[in-house]
Every structure is written in structure tokens, then in C-alpha cells.
Design a binder for this molecule. Sequence first.
Ligand SMILES: Cc1cc2nc3c(=O)[nH]c(=O)nc-3n(C[C@H](O)[C@H](O)[C@H](O)COP(=O)(O)OP(=O)(O)OC[C@H]3O[C@@H](n4cnc5c(N)ncnc54)[C@H](O)[C@@H]3O)c2cc1C
Length: 303
Amino acid sequence: MKLLNKLIITIIPFLPKSFVRLVASPYIAGTTNDEMIDSVLKLNNQGYDVAIDILGEHVKTEIEAERITNHYKEIYQLINQNNLSANISIKLTHIGQDLGYDVVKKNLFELLKAAKETNNFLRIDMENSPYTSETIQLYKECIKIYDKVGIVLQAYMLRSENDLEILSDENFNVRICKGIYVEDESIVFKNFYKIRENYISLVKKGLLNNSYIAIATHDEEIINHLSSWIIENNIPNSQFEFQSLHGVPIEKKLQELLSQSFKVRIYLPFGDNWYDYSIRRLKENPKMAGYILKNLFKKIFRI
Ligand SMILES: Cc1cc2nc3c(=O)[nH]c(=O)nc-3n(C[C@H](O)[C@H](O)[C@H](O)COP(=O)(O)OP(=O)(O)OC[C@H]3O[C@@H](n4cnc5c(N)ncnc54)[C@H](O)[C@@H]3O)c2cc1C
């Protein structure tokens, strides 16, 4: 599979854009606000909550960072105007983290103000390790002024256990994911089972500390283990939700979670930046190539 992944990564930039879009389409809710709203409404009607994300990261100018910030502010308004059951999930490098602490903090606080005005929630995604400490620092500044804000901890990071220990209390709202970036083995678990074990341990510790945990994974072993543990330990539904990326084919499991009255939120990316994002993600994480290949075969052979 590794060879195949490498081959796909090599040829994907040479494929027609329309073809890449076809392959990427299940993951992305179109490019416009209207398309995004349609997708959110469909998901809400099926019983899902949504986390909206504008595709993109690492903006290069303050003007671009401000444009993205304003777009997110507009989305908070659209959520209210259209009665959507949705919040927002952002990447700090998309609102200027590479341009300096003051730039990103200003934009982040603007978003926080918009979240507060619309009585909504803001999730700060976790990017790769050079940004981890600063992201946590900015989160700490946010929580002082508005409590409906949360971050993400990655189960592959060795430091996450300690970060959770320090941050976790009844006001802490954290998404736990495995982690998508390629990192040096000195700072992450590389072993699949070790990551899974750490994932489960972080979620349980957080829940036992009365924090709110967003369980973001498609790993059905983890989902099954944690949903049973949650029931056995009488953890209230108000303390957690499950999260999944839009387009990942685990509808049956998600439906099962909904039927148990658990909250399930779909992470829904949209926007113009879908091409660069898909290509960059592919290069960063060759595992994605495998998922794309599977989809490709499904589309071609209609299986
Ligand atoms: C809601 C949400 C938010 C996230 N936010 C962040 C973040 O802020 N920072 C970060 O580093 N990472 C984030 N991630 C990505 C995460 O870290 C993982 O890399 C990714 O979800 C795959 O890990 P997994 O837990 O699904 O387990 P895996 O073991 O990788 O996957 C389990 C199974 O799910 C299927 N699968 C997984 N991903 C896909 C896919 N994209 N397409 C098709 N099938 C798939 C595969 O068949 C696989 O066998 C997020 C993930 C989710 C669900």
C-alpha cells in the first residue's frame, strides 16, 4: 500500500482539477455559503449537529487573515438567521498565526466577540507541533473572556496527557483526535495501538475530571469501547459528543450513536481552497491517498 500511496501522491497534481474535485467531493460541502447552508440543513434534518470550517490555512498577509475572520463572523450570523444547529471550528494559521501573536490574537478575539454576540461556540483546531504551545496559550486567553470556547488535543502527542492534566476542569471543552500531521518520533507515539490506548485514556480522564469531551474519531473500536464505558459509568450526555469528518463512510455507526440519544457532530469543511487543501493534505499524510484510492474504485466500479 505504501508504494501505491506514493504513486498516487506523485500523479494527483497532474490529474484534471475537475477529477480531483470529484474524488474530494464527499468530504467538502461546496464552495459557497449557500452550498454550505444547504449541507448543514440536510445534516441537521438527519439529526446531526455540525462544525463549520472554511478550508485553508497558513495565510500570508494580514488582509487575507482579516478576510477569513470576517467570513467566519458572517457565518455566525448565517447560523442564527437560518436556525442552524452548528458552531465553528477554525485553524489559527488561517487567521494569521504565522504573521505574529498580536495579529492572530486580534482576529481570534474578534471571532470570540462574534461567538458571544450570537451565543455560539468557537472551537480552535490543533495544527502541527510548532503551534501547539501557542495555541494552548491563546486558548487560555480566550477562556478568561468567554467560556464557550474549546481546543483540541491529539492522542499521538506525548505531551497531551500532561496538557489535559493541566487544563482539564469542569469548564474545559476539548476535542480529542488522533492527530493528522507528520511529526518526529521524539514527540509522538507512532504505534497504532499505543495511539488508540492513549486516545481512550485521554477521553476517560477528561470525562472523569468533568470536562466536556468531543470524541472525534472514525475508529469504531474506540467508539464502541467508549460508548459502553460511558454508559457503565453513568456519564451524562451533556458532557460529551461524538464527531466525524463529513464524507467518511461510517453512517451506520453514526446512526447507531444517534439512536442511543448521543450527540453527533459532523465536521464540515467548505470553500474555494478545496484543491490546495486536498493536495497539501495528501502530501502531508500519505494515508489519505489510501482513502482516496478506495473512493476512486467505489466510484469507477459503483461498489
Ligand atoms: C471531527 C474531527 C476533527 C479533527 N480535528 C483535528 C485537529 O484539529 N487536528 C488534527 O491533527 N487532526 C484532526 N482530526 C483528524 C484526526 O486526527 C485523524 O487523523 C483522522 O480523523 C483519522 O483518524 P481516526 O481517528 O479516524 O482513526 P484511523 O485509525 O486513522 O481511522 C479509522 C478508520 O476510519 C476510516 N477513515 C479515517 N479517516 C478517513 C477519511 N478521511 N476518509 C475515509 N475514511 C477514513 C479508515 O477506514 C480507518 O480505517 C480531526 C478528525 C475529526 C473526525
